[in-house]
Design a binder for this molecule. Structure first.
Ligand code: ADP
Length: 191
């Protein structure tokens, strides 16, 4: 089973590139952000608690997203692999993922990291806000907090995965087609 992590700051294009990736390599896409937004739309208790954090640009607790990941793994035993998008997002989540995979005699196949500048993050999310209407895209203040959260809690994962020798950085600047070509070239080498 292949376990790919699509990594990068908010707005880097993870959602955009996940769709063609899962299609080409026959993977199951797990976006923790998407799963959380589904809970919010369904009005569940979990959704209500998550919404309060997401709308401030904070992370939801590790145990919540890890539960969603474990459920999705368990419900899909016959796929070729998974594309994790938006998870792991903290050092603890990365350690817990390793443990989850070890117990299945598996490990992370590779990390594909889309990199863009903080300035580009602001620009893209402001554009996306007009199209998608996500509550956490609504103000510069929330976007700035998400960028801060990314640098403080998520960025340290780069060094961890680099040390493991499974970190692959892709320049996320440029047209969607250009970036997609780079992403495919990277995954081709990992398959
Ligand atoms: P983006 O990549 O634009 O930040 P996501 O859809 O991946 O958007 O995530 C939206 C929000 O959902 C995050 O800002 C965070 O509050 C919450 N979230 C998503 N994934 C996780 C995670 N692995 N751990 C904690 N919170 C998460």
């Amino acid at each position: 089973m292949k376990y790919f992590i699509l990594f990068g700051p908010p707005g880097a294009g993870k959602g955009t590139h996940a769709a063609p990736l899962v299609k080409k390599y026959n993977l199951l896409h797990i976006s923790t952000g998407e799963l959380l937004r589904r809970e919010i739309a369904a009005g569940t208790e979990l959704g209500r608690q998550a919404a309060a954090l997401i709308e401030k640009g904070e992370l939801v607790p590790d145990v919540v997203v890890e539960g969603m990941i474990a459920n999705t793994f368990a419900a899909n035993p016959h796929v070729a692999g998974f594309l994790l998008d938006g998870f792991p997002r903290t050092v603890q989540q990365a350690m817990d993922l390793d443990e989850m995979l070890e117990s299945r005699d598996e490990s992370v196949t590779g990390v594909i990291s889309l990199m863009i500048s903080d300035e580009e993050i602001h620009k893209r999310i402001r554009g996306r806000a007009l199209v998608e209407g996500r509550a956490d895209d609504a103000s510069d203040e929330i976007i700035s907090n998400r960028i801060r959260t990314y640098h403080a809690k998520t960025e340290p994962l780069i060094e961890i995965y680099r040390e493991k020798g499974i970190y692959n950085e892709v320049d996320g600047m440029g047209s969607i087609e250009e970036v997609q070509g780079r992403v495919f070239d990277t995954v081709d080498k990992l398959i």
